[in-house]
Design a protein around this ligand. Structure first.
Ligand code: 9G3
Length: 566
């Protein structure tokens, strides 16, 4: 490709609203441009990288036995009404009406569409298992799009769906795709971990997320410092063992704690440890009020709370709501004297508190010498807290450390959640009607591109891994007005392409400094500079990764390039 013919609008300045490296560099190097919040154009270089990632995804998905199809982005509301999700998803699901006022969704994902297709086309166990995938644009009206392609409102996803007549078959395909995902992210050069995840609203039990380790990741991974255990912090189970303090239970006493609201304020005011306090938070779990108790130095894990109740919606009650239900403000809540209509649940650690502190459910008062089970009852003790660094690893090996991750893939064992809701059934070998067992598997393709850019860059710009670079060779004649230089550059341009290399020729009439700065920004792995020694058939070869430079005679270029790209 000749640069004078394409569109690579590089920027000198860092765009103001781009906070992270990949977003800044993809804008500055002319790979993407924002259309509206969370909505991007992929310019020619960005599109090239996208195609390379998609090619790797296709190779590995096809190798794993999946078959590609393409489903519509425009999805009739009826399908989402059948699955029930038309009513459970809020503004994030983009909806519109057609000219006849019929309701549609712009596809955020395709469980409903694929299930409606398969229920019409597959009737017998003989046709199972079946794994279909697509690479397609998704729409999710994120509340806060940010970080460029990492969290967009329109993005490219590879989504796959598998259909089975038994659990073993699902387990097998899940494992095959798990391997395919590992191959994909390894071939993209990414430093990733497969972590145990929470299936959330998707139902089903087994699910793993593929996380690229990165400080700009929005997810927190809890991993063991000695074993390969790794889980999304949202669901990492806590298997800590607690000890009761060896002291006699003292008499319950109400004390005034004017203006002391947070655990820190109360514990320092009463001169006790946070671990001796009971933190009480009022949640709405679907339509029910639940007072959740955790030890003062722990945090409530709302995903665990949601899973404990199998709830659709779990929210911390607003301050006003709390006052209305418990007649006091958030800082004075406690499990003693709680109204009957409020259920109380507690994290396991609370059971081991002796002579603790808790809000008195009275403005500016707390109880001291609170002893669980003597002074209050709970409907149950459960694992309700976030795991902490230093906690024992759930697999019993080593201790937990945290890392930030970018979720680039997510695989689920769905079970029959959609096939039952949408009546996708088949006749089994005994002629009985059964709901199909499903799995679903996603990769954020445009998010993967951003994750690669985030991992591969230096102070001069992007540094693409050879397999993903928009071109393999950046061929730069220093002065296109110089006869010898442009003649040799043209000769190499056609010669290298005949040898099968993807070449970007910088044929612009620009100062050398501009050409080299743009070349460093764009991050093509090999640069061939045609300069003063063109007349002697000598060019300069430079590797973008190491900055290594070597002078090469024209006729030894093929050999050099073969060894570089092997
Ligand atoms: C929606 C909206 C946002 C969503 C979903 C639906 C996430 C939704 C989960 C999945 C599950 C899997 C197939 C590929 C792999 C992931 N955000 N999810 O279902 F309507 Cl607005 O997408 N889908």
């Amino acid at each position: 490709m000749r640069q004078s013919m394409t569109l690579i609008p590089t920027l000198r300045e860092v765009p103001a609203d781009a906070e992270i490296k990949s977003h800044q560099l993809l804008l500055r190097a002319g790979f993407i441009r924002q259309n509206s919040s969370g909505v991007y154009s992929f310019l020619p270089l960005g599109k090239k990288v996208l195609q390379k990632i998609e090619a790797i995804v296709r190779e590995e998905m096809d190798e794993a036995g999946a078959v590609e199809l393409l489903m519509p982005a425009l999805q009739q509301a009826e399908f989402w009404q059948e699955s029930g999700r038309w009513y459970t998803y809020g503004p994030e699901l983009m909806r519109l009406r057609d000219r006849n006022e019929r309701e549609f969704a712009l596809g955020a994902t395709h469980e409903e569409v694929i299930t409606s297709l398969i229920r019409d086309e597959v009737k017998s166990y003989k046709r199972l298992p079946l794994t279909l995938y697509q690479i397609q644009t998704k729409f999710r009206d994120e509340k806060r799009p940010r970080f460029g392609l990492l969290r967009g409102r329109e993005f490219i996803m590879k989504d796959a769906y598998s259909f089975h007549s038994n659990q073993e078959s699902l387990d097998e395909v899940y494992q095959q795709l798990f391997t395919a995902y590992s191959n994909i992210f390894r071939r993209c050069g990414l430093d990733f971990r497969a972590v145990i995840a929470d299936s959330g609203a998707m139902g089903g039990k087994d699910t793993h997320e593929f996380m690229v380790l990165s400080d700009v990741g929005e997810d927190t991974i809890a991993y063991s410092d000695t074993s390969d255990y790794a889980a999304n912090i949202e669901m990492a189970p806590v298997n800590a063992t607690y000890e009761k303090k060896q002291e006699a239970e003292r008499e319950l006493e109400k004390v005034q704690t004017a203006g002391q609201k947070t655990i820190d304020e109360v514990s320092s005011f009463l001169n006790v440890e946070a671990a001796d306090c009971i933190k009480s938070l009022l949640f709405k779990v679907d339509e029910k009020y639940v007072l959740v108790l955790v030890r003062g130095d722990h945090e409530v894990n709302d995903i665990k709370l949601k899973n404990l109740y199998g709830a659709a919606v779990v929210e911390l009650a607003e301050a006003a709501e709390t006052k209305e239900v418990l007649q006091c403000s958030v800082g004075s809540l406690g499990p003693i004297g709680t109204p009957e209509n409020v259920e109380i649940v507690a994290d396991h650690a609370v059971k081991y508190i002796v002579n603790g502190i808790a809000g008195a459910n009275e403005e500016d008062y707390h109880y001291v010498n609170v002893n669980p089970e003597r002074d209050f009852q709970v409907s149950q003790f459960a694992d309700l807290r976030f795991i902490l660094e230093g906690d024992a690893s759930p697999d019993g090996q080593g201790h937990i450390r945290f890392a930030k991750g970018i979720e680039v893939g997510h695989v689920f064992k769905l079970g029959t959640r959609y096939s039952e809701a949408m009546n996708a059934v088949y006749l089994d070998e005994n002629g009985r009607t059964q709901p199909m067992i499903m799995g679903c598997y996603g990769i954020g393709v445009s998010r993967t591109l951003a994750a690669v850019a985030e991992q591969f860059n230096d102070e001069k710009g992007l540094v693409w891994p050879a397999d993903l670079a928009p071109y393999q060779i950046h061929l730069i004649p220093v002065n296109v007005k110089d006869e010898e230089q442009s003649a040799l550059a043209e000769k190499l341009y056609s010669g290298l392409r005949q040898q099968g290399y993807e070449v970007l020729l910088d044929d612009r009439q620009e100062r050398p400094g501009v050409k080299f700065a743009d070349s460093d920004l764009i991050g093509i792995p090999v640069r061939i500079t045609v300069g003063k020694k063109a007349g002697e058939g000598i060019v300069e070869l430079k590797l973008r990764t190491t900055g290594e430079v070597l002078e090469v005679k024209e006729d030894s270029l093929p050999e050099q390039l073969r060894s570089i790209f092997s």
